[in-house]
Write a protein of this length. Sequence first.
Length: 536
Amino acid sequence: MQFKTIKHVLTSLLKRKKNNCLEMSLRKFMHPRNIYKKIPDFKKLVLLYPEFRDIAIVNLTGKIKIDFKREGTLRVLTEVLLKHDFNLQVKIPPNKLVPTLPLRLNYILWIEDLMKHASFNEMKEVIGIDIGTGAVCIYPLLFAKMYGNQMIATEVDKTSIQTAIEHVKNNNLEDIIKVYKVDERTILKEIIKEDNVYHFTMCNPPFFEIEGSSEKIIKQLPPRNAPTGNEVELTVQGGERAFIIQMIEESMEIKEKAKIYTTMFGRRSNLLFLLKFLKKKGIENSTWTEFCQGHTKRWGLAWSFLPKDVINLTNAPVIRKSGDYIAKLLKEQRPMEIQFPMRHKFASFDDLVNFLEEAMEELHIQIKELNLPIGNFNGWSCQLIADNDTWSHARRKRRLAQRLMNQSVNHDTGQTSVINDITENDTEKLIKNNSGDIVRKNEPLLICNFFAEVIEHEEPENDEVKISMIFEKGIGGKVALETFRQYLINKLDVREYFQKQHERPNKRKRKRLETSKIEINSEQVENLHKNDTESV
Ligand SMILES: C[S@@+](CC[C@H](N)C(=O)[O-])C[C@H]1O[C@@H](n2cnc3c(N)ncnc32)[C@H](O)[C@@H]1O
């Protein structure tokens, strides 16, 4: 029993230490001008503000702490900091979202960087729009205090509009901040309809999808803080992703009326999705950043319809973009890989690319430009589209083709067409025989993202080629990708490197395989297992 208690205490101490480390490590990635990079001076706040005294806890060593899990603590702290650091008088209604200041400042300072990058006048001269300003009207108040520029604020919730207007009035900022009630069916179109030109739009969208009770929503909130905010201001049909999609689509209708559109979002998975979405819509002038603070990470996205020689967002300053973004992207999507020494077959990377292009042509696989935001991937990347399985039983087909070739030595005419005919008919038959499915012509068998790169070593002769393939879609499923990988291994003639690996079974790899079993049936698993233990 005693042992259990000690173990429990140690575990929770370790956990707390880990969390503190995480907090510390994210704090250092805050915007360099964010005043909350340094923890506020709680001693000073205790002396100056009686309301802060009520939430402060003095521990045995005399250190002042605050317990964020206690209801109302974050609200009081935010009000006190707004007063102390920005001379803003704010009373946050108890049932409304409390705007955490380190994150709000990260977003504001990034916008300031974008404005400077775009060489827009002085900050005082820029006009911005805050979509969904909330009950505090936090972004316009901070912009007004920090730069004295004009801000337009929109909101759909009646009670929030009321308190937002009160906050503007109580701080005598009516001249530069205007709050508007807007129709909830639009995001940008209604407010940007006059002839005015705005320098930027910003938004902290409702993050959660409407899907049930507010209890469910509260469970999704960061566990270390007492929950703040209510269902109306935090939820929207389709969640933040749907909201931002609508915002991007509306921006495409009003284009240059706002010079730079920006939004914040809270889900990592939306980063890739939104970057792909912008690309799909032909919006190439864009950038993104991470917002790191305390123990939370959020993301910012910016795009513009102005030509890149007027504003180039692709080289705009960012607070932080994790360097391992592409590696993570590849890892998260569980690529199927082939890795082998470059010298085994190729004199240069170009040789490899030529070889791959020819192999795809032989297999009637289309090579398309990759719709992925991987500007700095240092290798060959593309999307492969295979309508049919042209690689299974390829050896048999190759032998058949060779036989025909030999036969044709005697009667030269019609050689190529005979081979092609047989190969194609054979393929069609194989697909039907193997899967039993009737393959519709317009549904590709396999679409995958394909990456080939050189892994450099100190000695150039040790350089390796790494091929990563990520399944996107297709009726052949992941099994089709795996058979294609096996085909490439044979074609590249690199199976020997996989067999070596087979002699030293890799525990980690086996574990990964076990998790992937869920997605495919047992027969396929057997095949995959056989193949993967052969892989590097
Ligand atoms: C997550 S809150 C953000 C509040 C505040 N901007 C902040 O950062 O603390 C999202 C706000 O957007 C508002 N909202 C939802 N749909 C909207 C729309 N179509 N136009 C304007 N505001 C909207 C909600 O009422 C809510 O106040």
